[in-house]
Design a protein around this ligand. Structure first.
Ligand code: N01
Length: 539
């Protein structure tokens, strides 16, 4: 047996997950604090969600120079992205490069799914059991399981009887899915579906898209990066990092400090047009009140709906695609490469499953309340049991037999998205209650990992054996998370995955902190400066 089991010395920390967060956490604890740490990872390799999301067209919606680590200048200098938005294989290469660069491989254990984690109170240890039949023990348990890692396959009657092949975008087969010349159905038009649909349409004999909720999308305007730009990123790394830390969503662009009502109608249209031409998530940064003022938001929404109608030639299809029932960017806004244009192809059709729901799947295909659609392949682009799914799947039990499932029966409750009352010495990187999915994730990961690392250093220095989120502080934080969300239009979308509404039976609670990354960082820093106020520290 290569690694410690119950008979060996416990580790200092077990990190679950070898995505960006798990890898960086391993580096800081091992190489800065000199702790004994292992990463346990269910997959065969590093990458986290990017390991599994191999669907055609998978690409990052954050611009490549913002989707990387900035904590090390040498690491920044060692990497070049090739495109404005990196494709999944390139992101996976980057992750492998990070593991090589930081020499992480000896301390990561693959093909090892955590099956349970139990706090052993008398010994002040976490006991972790895995799919390999091992038990690992460590003082700290750090979850780095990602926010969008638990694929949500809808429970549609008859799926088992389907004679063709099917896959979920978030759990894509490692050896791919050949759709050449086949009749393919895609269910779902969120970010993943909108990325996959144009690429699948080029391969399939016929593509049928099953749309439940029409969605906005902004052209990505992807392009190769020039050598000049690649050099610029290296030379201005400090500025880029600083900018991402100051913006609400940790992206490399500022939200314009103007209201949609500060300009004339003509100027507003010109601003939207320029943002449309430039492409990308910056579109929502054109005005500072798009997510707070419904009427301001309507001006952006109408602009995009008009664009859809201009692009899509068939009036009925254009109507279905532009009949959007929620404010722009109140659900995570997709960006695309020729998504709406794809509906002008002869081999693509759109089915409205809001009006005519899917009834069941049979051996030959999908039956809606209106018609039967013969298919060879079904692609579920139906999203994730976001933010809590992967944590709950780990069967975590804290003090006095309290399970995480019970602790979160009414929705996730944590302090700062970092710790949960009743679960001592457990930290949740980008956990529910942190800005996480509302942010470009690498800067938020750096911030969380640095905070946890500083915190553990402090505990060691002070001789503190146990740290746990205080219940009252956590309740107050949950209130602050709700208050921040209620200042925006985000909670108004009742079918949003931010609220858990996409998973049957999941409590409807707004999960990420919407007060902005910069504000959140300030709060976390303040808590640390006050000796980790709001946490119970036991010697
Ligand atoms: O999932 P989604 P996603 N029957 O939940 C539909 C990130 N991401 O994988 O809206 C029929 O957004 C559902 O319909 P409705 C990003 O944060 C990042 O696309 O619930 N349809 C919707 O159309 C994103 O927000 C990148 O009515 C069903 C779709 O499936 C998040 O991942 C790239 C259904 C699901 O959309 C999730 O995106 C891609 C059912 N039973 C994704 N259940 C980056 O670039 C669901 N749907 C970083």
């Amino acid at each position: 047996m290569l690694y410690p089991t119950s008979s060996d010395q416990p580790l200092d920390a077990i990190i679950v997950g070898a995505g960006l967060s798990g890898m960086y956490q391993l580096h800081t604890l091992r190489d800065q604090l000199n702790l004994r740490v292992k990463v346990l990872e269910a997959a065969e390799g590093v990458g986290g969600t990017w390991y599994h999301n191999r669907y055609p067209g998978a690409r990052c919606d954050s611009e490549s120079h913002s989707y990387m680590f900035y904590f090390s200048k040498a690491l920044v200098a060692s990497w070049d992205w090739s495109e404005r938005y990196p494709q999944q294989p390139e992101i996976l290469r980057y992750m492998n490069h990070v593991a090589d660069f930081l020499k992480l491989w000896p301390d990561m254990v693959f093909n090892t799914r955590v099956q349970s984690a139990q706090f052993d109170e008398p010994n002040n240890l976490w006991r972790v059991t895995t799919s390999q039949g091992e038990e690992w023990r460590a003082k700290y348990l750090i979850t780095a399981v990602g926010c969008l890692s638990s694929a949500n396959v809808p429970d549609i009657p008859g799926l088992d009887s389907f004679a063709g092949e099917w896959a979920h975008t978030g759990a894509w087969p490692l050896d791919g899915l050949d759709m050449t010349g086949k009749r393919v159905g895609v269910v779902g038009t969120g970010s993943s579906g909108i990325q996959a649909i144009p690429v699948i349409a080029e391969q399939a004999a016929h593509l049928t898209v099953f749309q439940r909720t029409a969605n906005y999308s902004i052209p990505a305007r992807n392009a190769p990066l020039s050598e000049d730009f690649k050099q610029h990123v290296k030379q201005t790394a400090d500025d880029i990092r600083q900018l991402m830390q100051e913006t609400p969503n940790a992206h490399c662009f500022r939200i314009q400090p103007r209201s949609a009502w500060d300009v004339s109608d003509v100027e507003r249209q010109a601003i939207y047009q320029a943002a449309w031409d430039k492409g990308g998530l910056q579109f929502r940064a054109t005005f500072n009140d798009l997510l707070r003022d419904k009427e301001a938001n309507d001006t952006a929404a109408e602009f995009i709906k008009h664009k859809i109608k201009q692009v899509v030639r068939d009036p009925h299809t254009a109507e279905l695609l532009s009949d959007i029932d929620h404010p722009f960017a109140a659900k995570r806004p997709p960006i695309d490469s020729h998504y709406f244009e794809t509906y002008n192809r002869d081999n693509v059709s759109l089915v409205d499953i809001r009006r005519h729901p899917i009834l069941h799947i049979d051996a030959q295909g999908i039956q809606t309340s209106q018609a039967h659609f013969p298919l060879d392949v079904i692609v579920f682009a139906t999203g994730f049991d976001a933010m809590t799914g992967s944590l709950l799947r780990m069967n975590i039990t804290g003090r006095e037999g309290l399970t995480l499932k019970d602790a979160w029966h009414a929705g996730p409750r944590s302090y700062l998205g970092l710790q949960v009352p009743g679960f001592p010495n457990m930290f949740t990187i980008t956990g529910p209650g942190s800005p996480s999915v509302l942010c470009n994730l690498p800067p938020q990961i750096e911030q969380h990992v640095n905070w946890i690392t500083d915190c553990i250093a402090y505990l060691h220095k002070q001789g503190i054996q146990q740290m746990e989120a205080d219940t009252a502080a956590s309740d107050d934080w949950v209130q602050q998370v709700n208050d921040a969300a209620n200042e925006t239009l985000l909670p108004q979308v009742r079918h949003s995955w931010y609220l858990g509404a996409n998973v049957p039976g999941k409590p409807r609670v707004f999960m990420p902190y919407a007060g902005g990354f910069a504000r959140y960082r300030g709060i976390c820093d303040e808590v640390a400066a006050q000796g980790y106020k709001g946490f119970l520290l036991r010697a």
